[in-house]
Write a protein that binds this ligand. Sequence first.
Ligand code: MIC
Ligand code: SF4
Length: 644
Amino acid sequence: MGQTLAYKILSNHLLDGELKAGNEITIKMDQTLTQDSTGTMVYLQLEAMNVEKIKTELSVAYIDHNMLQTGFENADDHEFIKSVAQRHGVLFSKPGNGICHQLHLENYGKPGKTLLGSDSHTPTGGGLGMIAIGAGGLDVAVAMAKGTYNLTVPKVINVKLIGQLRPWVSAKDIILEVLRNLTVKGGVGKIVEYTGDGVCTLSVTDRATITNMGAELGATTSIFPSDERTLEYLKQQGRQQDYTPFSADEDAIYDETLTIDLSTLEPLVAMPHSPDNVAKISSLKPTKVDQVAIGSCTNSSYADLMKVANILKGNKVHPDVSLVISPGSSKILSKLAENGALADIINAGARIIENACGPCIGMGQSPKSGSVSLRTFNRNFKGRSGTLDADVYLVSPETAALSALKGFLTNDLTSNEKLENIDSTTFTQNDHFIVYPENTNKTNTPVAMGPNIKPFPLNTALNDTLEVTVSLHSGDNITTDDIMPSDSRLLPYRSNIPYLANYCFEKIDKKFAQRCKEYGHSAIIGGENYGQGSSREHAALTPLYLGVRFVVAKSFARIHRSNLINSGIIPLVFKNTSDYNDFEIGDKLMIKNTINGIKNGKILLENITKKKTYEIIADFSDTEIAMLLAGGKINLINSKQNNF
Ligand code: MIC
Ligand code: SF4
């Protein structure tokens, strides 16, 4: 029986366990990446693990999120990360080099390799034929320390692309179509593998747009084959030696198949406030636009920005629109400057901002009150832009640039503007933003600890009886942005959990933190797909700090579920989803025999206030059970006196 591409790469890296959907396996992790907003925790944890040198082939620490240096905090965090990177053999990418996923694709990604990143959009690397997975910071720290990662084997969905896109329709529209079909929870527990004759019509950066935003499906990762287009990209980057062809067997068996005929696709948009709220632009009433933002790890490649420059060239941005553009990397910006495209962009009236995440994570450029912001990004969760009442729409670069000129949301496929093929450029190699860990080690390089960097909270070993009060009753698809908001105001405190904890669930329920402090120990009741979105483990560490002992939900998103377990907070699932309706804030709950319950997969949850008892699913692997009993992953590692 033929193998899928995903399973081929996984089996090449298999160290322990059987490669069968649902089983827990240990795989060799070839590479890791971190970025700064999750990276401070990763490197605090790495330091706490008594590691000498990392065991991966390559690990890179990027600085791209916390870029506004309005106080000392972010600059101190950068210095801290740099010092720990130097101590353990990690490459350090200085601020200004660009967005981690774009940079990793350009410089380090390799077909057939595995990559673990402390950012949910790490699957961008799947555009190069890698198994690239997003994870919580602690999992990445352990991957660096041991060179391995534990994974529950996902199922594999085949997205079969046939035909070819029409001009003005692009890769972003493909992934929006996949999201329209599968929704934000359709990919949970699955890898999305792209096949079909449409694949070779897409460049690596097109593919990376698709695998990047596969994170919004909740998928473990997404992957394209490595073929002649991969070789073409690696040649452009001066890395043809990194090429190896990889593809699925002809007769590979998939768990599900979705077929998309590219030639019938139209320009699409994800409307507020979810990436799967997708519509055809042609079906919408004219929508006036106030801000257009082009960039992010989804759509900031050279080809994307050249398309934008060509559309803007000789034209003027609409008087009512603020157009902001953030290129994906220094290499891209430098090339745009060299060939004159940057001048075309600036002369049209666009604002150029730093090569970084920027507006995508609310680090500046928040739109005005009640406005419409059109973005080429991947997430439009309510309030993520930094403006709670703004409406954010997600579109392709073509749609964004055209709409910036016209002043309303448009892409009618009939524009006269010519779109040239810009895929053939080669780039000048430049690693001047990279600091190599040459002759540095634990002995000769001290950890640079700024005053805002505080120790992370640790849980205690699990009590057999848990008595708590319900501190929150939340709806479906709660994001980690809802749990632990991020913007220019809060991002400087990513290394200070006690401070951040005051803002936990701030956007949904301003009294949450205060209530938790009053209750002492509490529990959260959640709906479907609880914890979707970002990989930030702060969404588990701040509830831990506030005394949350367990979460009972209808279902969980993958990364957040792992982050909860890593922190020793128990993620439990309702056996009957309708029981969810019985709970209210303030209800007193009790679980007896918790330890046995966790080992046996079944827990009885007593709602003392409502005088009712519920059967709850406690479905955990052996490693997860060990972590929960120890009160989290770090405690487990320390209790085993594991010396890496
Ligand atoms: C995001 O896009 O939400 C982030 C910011 O990149 C996060 C990481 C973080 O919260 O620091 C992610 O996607 O994992
Ligand atoms: Fe940065 Fe946005 Fe990409 Fe997250 S989604 S890595 S914030 S550009």
